[in-house]
Design a protein around this ligand. Structure first.
Ligand code: 6PG
Length: 633
């Protein structure tokens, strides 16, 4: 199919006599795209009225504008086109661009009353009384979206200006050509978008990065490289759309401040990094005060995903999102129904919040696979044997992380497994930490994320672990016999608890911040492109449509009932054999807690009341009243 993302409908407007048809025709010849004179498309009734000398009303014009909109749509399916039309009012232009907002470009041929009336006088057989021309000027509403060109320039010059401003400019800017920025750029370029690419210049370290990158890939033939911010910004058509792919944190603010002097009202900045959602909220408000719009977009999938199709989680103002959605839709991975794995997430920093929880779920999913590996290793199996077991699991519980784990287990360096050579200290870039903080702030027991995070932190104490190992661990080799099917059940059980907690956390933020997030849609855009894509995620699309609380859905109830005994046994056996299984044990502990109608929190309440007179409610008092007891007479 021919790529339609780059097609444009160029509407040339202005008062009568501004030269719309002349310029339209010249531009059409120069660009080799069709030109249509809007006047040729009036319904018969309008033509009749005009020839009777009766001015058209707004409702007379409506069907004509709708017809021109259809004409533009029809042509956009095939290529670009130019339409001249005296779309003097904003409401007319709204009708003209309905459904094709992103493809429409406006050119306003602007002249003073004097300029136009001089011209009209010179036109043979066409004299408009000054009163009628004045009424056109009275009607004219300027468009913020239009390229405004003064008609005093020669027609050929006007055509060149239009070509430079609309056709010659890049439609999307990407700032920061690290691994992710490069992959996203190639993905965007391969979808037909004309790009401006920027990478900073650092003497001796980052020199000509954008230029060399553009030269290295055929798909970037039309991309324009920069290492000068002002030139980069000026190369973009307005409203500018600039996606930042730089390190989260203060770098983002520095970059924003370096761009600001060159931006214009209505331009859009997209932060595609793993930013903290609170900072995204602040940046959005700060930029709004400068009439610049901001989208915080989580992007998942790593280098390969960014290149072939990531999952994208954009948050911010919905009208701003509408102006950039075509880029996201074009480059995102596709779900099973060929729909893009991206959607409008919600206002403010909700996109970055959802990406943060994605990463939290990712931490726990990774940790669970580590624990499976640890358990199987303790039974004496080597990496290939473990890989073979996990390969069998693919038919039951496949996921991207399971697949890459199998690849990793099989990777050898000479006769040794590479995995055995990798230092067992886990790094992190902060999103699991933020997710844990957010869960505590929201009062949500997202214990799987926190446990996975703390397991990484624990791993980091390598020297201490070596020391304590010699002091505490029994010498006896583990006598560990496990049933692999039971382990599979335990793994599935823990994954459900992990996903339950993750979606509950998103739901609670949605309610607290009034974001109105759609959990099922979030599951859908996580079914491809992202790191936590899995068969389970596909099941969750329909389950979350029926219930935001996974644990009460009959399908999940059945599954957890099935897997439960295996889960308890695996955890018990692991603990008896001194095998650390923090996330597995947390899954069953949390489950035992949340499914227990009578908890031991009555004792907590009593203790609090005892030492601090914090009061407690009674189960034999329906009023909900708080009581205090003098515990010591
Ligand atoms: C993704 C990943 C990606 C990145 C994480 C890793 O969705 O593509 O989550 O965002 O790999 O930042 O985070 P840690 O370094 O904290 O593991």
């Amino acid at each position: 199919m021919k790529d339609q993302t780059n097609h444009k409908a160029i509407f040339i407007f202005g008062v009568s006599g501004s030269g719309k048809s002349t310029i339209g025709q010249l531009l059409s010849t120069s660009l080799k795209i069709p030109f249509f004179d809007g006047d040729d498309f009036h319904p018969d009734a309008n033509i009749q009225k005009m020839s009777d000398g009766i001015p058209l009303t707004d409702s007379d014009r409506a069907p004509w504008l709708v017809r021109l909109n259809a004409l533009a749509k029809e042509n956009l399916a095939k290529g670009s086109c130019i339409i001249a039309c005296s779309a003097l009012k904003e409401s007319y232009r709204v009708l003209l661009q309905q459904g094709i907002n992103e493809s429409v470009k406006w050119v306003h041929l602007n002249g003073s009353f004097e300029q136009i009336s001089e011209r009209l006088k010179l036109r043979k057989g066409h004299f408009m009384p000054p009163s009628l021309l004045q009424s056109q000027f009275d009607t004219l509403e300027y468009s913020e979206a239009a390229v405004v060109i003064n008609i005093k320039s020669k027609p050929e010059e006007i055509v060149e200006i239009i070509k430079k401003e609309i056709v010659g400019k890049a439609e999307f800017g990407l700032y920061g050509l690290g691994v992710m920025g490069k992959s996203l750029s190639r993905n965007l370029a391969s979808k037909g978008f004309k790009l401006a690419l920027f990478n900073r210049h650092v003497d001796g370290v980052e020199e000509n990065v954008a230029r060399d990158f553009v030269n290295a890939f055929d798909e970037l033939a039309k991309a324009i490289p920069f290492d000068h911010v002002e030139h980069f910004v000026n190369a973009l058509e307005q409203p500018r759309k600039i996606m930042l792919m730089v390190n989260a944190g203060k770098t983002i603010d520095e970059v924003i401040n370096s761009l600001l002097p060159y931006l214009s009202r209505g331009d859009i900045i997209i932060d595609g990094g793993n930013a903290n959602y609170n900072q995204t909220n602040e940046r959005e408000s700060y930029l709004k005060s400068k009439e610049i719009f901001f989208i915080g977009a989580g992007v998942s999938g790593g280098e390969e995903g960014a290149l072939r199709g990531p999952s994208i989680m954009p948050g911010g103002d919905q009208a701003t999102y509408a102006k950039v959605s075509k880029f996201f839709n074009a480059i995102a991975a596709k779900d099973r129904n060929e729909h893009p794995c991206t959607t409008y997430i919600g206002p403010q920093g909700s996109g970055h919040f959802v990406k943060m929880i994605h990463n939290g779920i990712e931490y726990a999913e990774m940790q669970l696979l580590c624990e499976v590996y640890g358990i199987l290793k303790s039974t004496g199996k080597n990496a290939d044997e473990i890989a073979a077991i996990l390969t069998d699991w693919k038919s039951t519980t496949n996921s991207y992380l399971l697949e890459i784990t199998i690849d990793i287990l099989r990777k050898k360096e000479g006769e040794f497994w590479l995995l055995d050579k990798i230092m067992d200290k886990a790094g992190n870039k902060g999103t699991g930490n933020w997710a844990t903080i957010a869960s505590a702030q929201l009062g949500m027991p997202s214990t799987m994320i926190a446990t996975a995070l703390f397991a990484r932190y624990t791993s980091f104490y390598k020297d201490l672990r070596i020391d304590l190992d010699s002091k505490y661990r029994s010498d006896a080799a583990p006598q560990f016999n496990i049933d692999v099917n039971e382990l599979l059940n335990a793994y599935q059980f823990a994954r459900i608890i992990n996903h339950y907690q993750g979606f509950q956390l998103i739901n609670s933020a949605s309610e607290k911040f009034e974001w109105n997030l759609n959990l099922s849609e979030i599951a859908r855009i996580w079914t491809n492109g992202c790191i936590i894509r899995s068969e389970l995620m596909i099941d969750l699309i329909s389950i979350l449509k029926e219930s935001s609380n996974l644990l009460i859905h009959p399908k999940i109830v059945d599954q957890l009932q099935n897997y439960k005994s295996g889960m308890a046994n695996i955890v018990a056996q692991s603990i008896l054999n001194e095998i650390p299984v923090p996330c597995f044990s947390e899954a069953i502990n949390f489950f035992n807690n949340i499914t227990n109608a009578t908890s031991t929190a009555n004792l907590i309440q009593a203790q609090r009341d005892y030492f601090g007179a914090h009061t407690y409610q009674r189960i034999d008092d329906d009023s909900g009243k708080f009581h205090h007891t003098k515990w010591k007479e």
